[in-house]
Structures are given as C-alpha cells and as structure tokens.
Ligand binder design. Structure first.
Ligand SMILES: *Cc1c(COP(=O)(O)O)cnc(C)c1O
Length: 478
C-alpha cells in the first residue's frame, strides 16, 4: 500500500481529472450490498480501492486543485498520523494520555511563538490562565468559544437572560458562525453588512452602532467574531478597532483565521494580525495551508476559566488526582486524537524556515496569477489578492457569462475552481495551496481561463448581448 500511495502521489500532476466525472449514487452496486461474513484478501480490497473508489476521488492534493481553500498534506504529518493511529490513545485527561496532553501544550506554545501571538495565549504548563487546545475544526472551535462566551455573559444573571444574548459578525463570516449560534441557542444573530468600499472588511462603527442599539433594547452583547481571511475574498477585519468598539460591552471577542492564520508565520504578513492582544480567543487551521493533514485546528484563549465553566463535568470514573490539565474540559467530545504529534513531526522534520519559504511561494504564485488577470482588459480583480487567493471575473458581462466561464473551465476536469458571490456579482476564486503547486500549474490555469474566456465571450457575442443568449451559453457549457 505504501508503494501504491507513493505512485499515486507521483502521478498526481498527471491525473486526467482533478474532480471526478461521477454522479450521486455512483458507488451503489459497485460495493457489495452487505458486509462479508468471511475475511477477504488484502489484494481484493486494494483492487477495489484502485478500480471502484479512486474514480470517485476529488484530488485535493493535485497541483491544479484551486477550489475552496487548500487542505494540504505532508509526509511528516502523515507519518505522525500512523503513530497516532497505532497508539490508539484517547487523551481526554492528563491521566489518560500524559504524553498527548503535554505535547499538545508544548506544540500550542511553539505555534503561538511562530505566529507571534500574545503571551497570554501560552499554556504556562497548564497553570493558566490562558492556553491552547487542538480542536478538530474551526466549526468546533467557534462553538467552544461561543459556549465560553455564554457562560461568561450569564455569570451572576438569571437563567432567563439567555434569551437576551446577541452574537455579532460580518455578513462575510463563514457559515460556521451562524451554525454555532444555532447549536448554542443564541436567538439574536447580527450579520453586519461589509461593503466593497472597505474590501469586505467589517467596520468598527457598524459594530458599535449595532451593540448600542441592542443594549438600548435591553439585550446583552455576548459574542463578537472577526475574521482574518474571509472565505469569499480573504477580507481582513480590523481586529484592533473592532475589539475597541466592543470593549466595555462585555462581549467575548473571537478571531477566526481558519485559512489565513498560517500566514502569521511570515513577519511581512503580520500587519494583518494586529490587535490580538485585545481578544479573548483566536483560532486557525493548520489543516488548511500548513501541511498538516486534516484534521487540526489550533484554538487559543486568554482565559480558560469561562471555557472550563461551560464544558467541565467530571463523572466519578474520570476523577484523578494531580491533574495539570484535562483537555476534555476544553472541547465538546470526551475522546480526542493525538493530533499534536502531526505538528511535532512537521515542525521537527521541515523546520520553520522551510515552511515560511513554502508559504511565500504560494503567495507569490497567487500574485503571478493576479497579475495575468490584471493585464487582460477583459477581466477584473473582484478583490485585492491576499494570501493565496485571487477573486476575478469577466468585466461588463451578465452573470451567466461568468457562470459559463467556470462551467467551461471545470468541464475538462484538468483543474478545479469554485465561485463565490461578491456584492451580488458572480465571481471566480482561484486558491493556491496544494503542496505541489508550481508556477507552471498556475500559468496553465491562467491559459485555461483565457482560452475559456475566448469561447464564452464569442458565444455571448454570437447570441446577442441579451440575457437569453448568455443563458444558452451557460446551459451548453454546463
Ligand atoms: C474553512 C473555514 C472555516 C471552516 O473550517 P472547518 O475547520 O472546516 O470548520 C471557518 N472559517 C473560515 C474563514 C474558513 O475559511
């Protein structure tokens, strides 16, 4: 299997399709309807992987994968995952996994220093008050932060006040913000408009006005979430000013830097990360851009007391003496994987210098693509290029023409992009971030975009400038 994996990885650039040409239900009938009673040979299972499963794989590690945000992989982190799987240790408490608890604290401190985060986020050997914890995903980290926020807001208040709690973010925030509010039961959710005039960054005045209106109406500001690197366009909310606007309201302030947080390793990108000294919690996903195969989300808090207040519950069989830190009190599930090992292997085997060069390389590739877009008068950049993301579209055409452009690009399967909506406009997104992406792949992507533009613009011109014509183009390309 190791040989198969090595062959797969080597052949990734030559995969005929990055995203497969399959329909829902494609696997039904291909796998047996019931689990076998008797063991089957390893070779038979591997043959199924090759013949039945691989055709349904989206090749996220392909150098021509430009969709979503990357979720890249590395050899060191994959090796660490093997140890983690084989040890099968479930380190919910210090006693259940002393090494996983201690290594996690050490790795969260290493990572905090590499990213230039405030000292208040350091684990201090479990002595508090702050510290870091590895969650599975940002979605979980936001739920956890919101639970801590709710516990802190409700301290000393009647329980009925939980109906008055308000959470704030921008309309560019990831959907996990709204989902966290649904899960935690926050009834008042404010998605404040962020505008193109400010590059889709939330403005402090908007936050302040919303908070004041809610306080005047007798509601209780509970949670503010800012984003560094929004999913649509990599907008950066002004954290320091937003924190100042929320100061005094009593609301917990969380910063979601799921994708862009990796860029904090680069001193020249640190200006995007100003103001973290003033926030309660901060999270980012090494499992996106930082070579740590899924899943790994780093969450730091300046004060862990509200978190533990919200999440501690110790049944008798889990009681143990002399615990320094029990990570079960910092997360939703009881059980947890030994994920810090991935960061340890990665940082030991590659070193920070290599990882910084690697991140810079991706940012330079995105800049190269943005330059090509900018130099072609048919196109416009829909947002400033930030980190590894480029948002672009054909200018002065109906939205159907841009939809046709994306359909035309993805139809061949040689590369994979997705779109977003910015101020109601259909916008294509190219996210650089696979470990093997090089200039040649980005150049080829631009050439594919330019060629697809020839096709859809010609069809658009032929069928007239009207909406109907453009719809026909979108239909035929899809
Ligand atoms: C990807 C992303 C998320 C969701 O991350 P998960 O780890 O999959 O939950 C949240 N916020 C931002 C800004 C993202 O880019």
């Amino acid at each position: 299997m190791v040989d198969m994996i090595a062959d797969y990885y080597e052949a990734l650039p030559d995969q005929p399709r990055v995203s497969p040409d399959v329909q829902p239900g494609f696997l039904r009938g291909a796998v047996p309807p019931r689990a076998p009673e008797q063991p089957e040979s390893f070779d038979a299972v591997m043959a199924d992987v090759r013949d039945k499963l691989m055709p349904g794989v989206v090749h996220w590690q392909s150098p021509s994968f430009f969709a979503y945000f990357p979720s890249n992989y590395s050899f060191p982190a994959a090796l660490a995952d093997m140890w983690s799987s084989v040890l099968g240790m479930v380190g919910f408490s210090w006693a259940a996994g002393p090494v996983s608890t201690e290594l996690e604290m050490a790795m969260m401190d290493w990572m905090a220093d590499l990213c230039g985060l405030p000292q208040a986020f350091k684990c201090n050997g479990g002595g508090g008050p702050g510290g870091g914890v590895i969650q599975g995903t940002t979605s979980e980290a936001v739920v956890v932060a919101l639970l801590a926020a709710r516990a802190r807001s409700l301290a000393g208040r009647p329980p009925a006040d939980k109906l008055k709690l308000v959470a704030y973010s921008s309309d560019q925030a990831h959907s996990c913000f709204k989902k966290a509010c649904m899960i935690v039961g926050i009834d008042h959710v404010r998605l404040l408009p962020a505008s193109p005039q400010h590059d889709w960054a939330l403005q402090p005045q908007a936050l302040q006005a919303a908070i004041e209106a809610d306080v005047a109406a007798g509601l209780i500001p509970c949670f503010v979430m800012a984003t560094i690197g929004t999913t649509s366009s990599c907008a950066v909310d002004p954290v320091a000013q937003l924190a100042a606007a929320a100061a005094g309201s009593g609301a917990w302030f969380h910063v979601d830097a799921a994708y862009a947080g990796s860029a904090a390793l680069l001193p020249e990108q640190r200006h995007h990360f100003c103001g973290l000294e003033a926030v309660d919690s901060y999270s980012f996903n090494p499992h996106k851009w930082l070579l740590t195969n899924f899943d790994c989300c780093c969450l730091w808090v300046a004060d862990s007391a509200p978190l533990k207040e919200a999440l501690s519950l110790t049944p008798v069989f889990l009681r143990a003496a002399g615990n320094s830190l029990d990570y079960k009190d910092w997360q939703i599930p009881l059980g947890r994987r030994f994920r810090s090992l991935k960061l340890y292997f990665l940082l030991r085997m590659y070193g920070a210098e290599f990882i910084r060069a690697y991140l810079r390389h991706h940012i330079a590739l995105a800049a190269a693509f943005a330059q090509r877009v900018d130099a072609d008068p048919r196109f416009e950049l829909a947002a400033p290029q930030r980190f590894g993301l480029v948002c672009f579209r054909l200018r002065d055409v109906p939205r159907e023409v841009n939809a046709a452009l994306l359909a035309q690009l993805n139809a061949g399967g040689r590369l994979f992009l997705i779109h977003t909506e910015l101020a109601g406009a259909y916008t294509l997104r190219l996210a650089v971030g696979s470990a093997s992406t090089q200039l040649q792949h980005v150049t080829a992507a631009w050439e594919a975009v330019a060629a697809a533009a020839d096709v859809v613009l010609e069809a658009h011109a032929e069928t007239g400038q009207g909406k109907e014509g453009a719809k026909a183009v979108a239909g035929s390309a899809a």
